[in-house]
Write a protein that binds this ligand. Sequence first.
Ligand code: HEC
Length: 168
Amino acid sequence: MNFRTIAAAVFAAMLVPLVGLAQTPSAPAPAAAPAPAAPKLYIPGLEQFMNVILTEHNKLWFAGAARNWPLAEYELGEIKEVMGDVQDHVPVFKNLPLAQMLDAVIVKEIADLEKAIEAKDFKKFVAGYDALNKACNACHAGTENAFIVIKRPTTPAFTNQDYAPRKK
Ligand code: HEC
């Protein structure tokens, strides 16, 4: 065998596995195009949930002040709902058990305010509203957010919603 023959033989030997692969009937079918990635789920940051709560908290005050009890009940229900969303999506915040901390507010301050609204008792509503604010601020203080202070509003955040009870 001269060099050329050897080289040709070696080359042919190198090709065998490739040819073999290409001809194997059981070779895997070419991979299907990858499925498009599912759209990324958007979960608002905690501060976004809180800003929604702040809006409803403002509306709650003016609903109560106008003795619009169905609206007050609605706004408080929305606050409670967003708190539930926070429990579902941000149960732990900076290693703090946010879901449990919210539970305490839902069963105490929120529940008391629900009763005041149900009783259409404005004095109890005001006391309950102030107590809720204290609970908001206690949690802010407990999560190193003592600089976020909630208080009674003096003006409606929106002037295009009528708070007066609906005349029948
Ligand atoms: C269980 C704890 C907890 C309770 C109760 C709570 N908050 Fe918060 N709140 C937080 C935390 C934690 C932050 C900081 C979020 C961050 O850093 O992203 C915050 C932030 C905020 C902010 C700042 C958002 C911004 O972008 O300016 C507002 C406003 C706010 N809360 C309103 C309220 C109101 C109103 C209540 C009561 C009705 C309330 N919060 C009750 C934990 C709480």
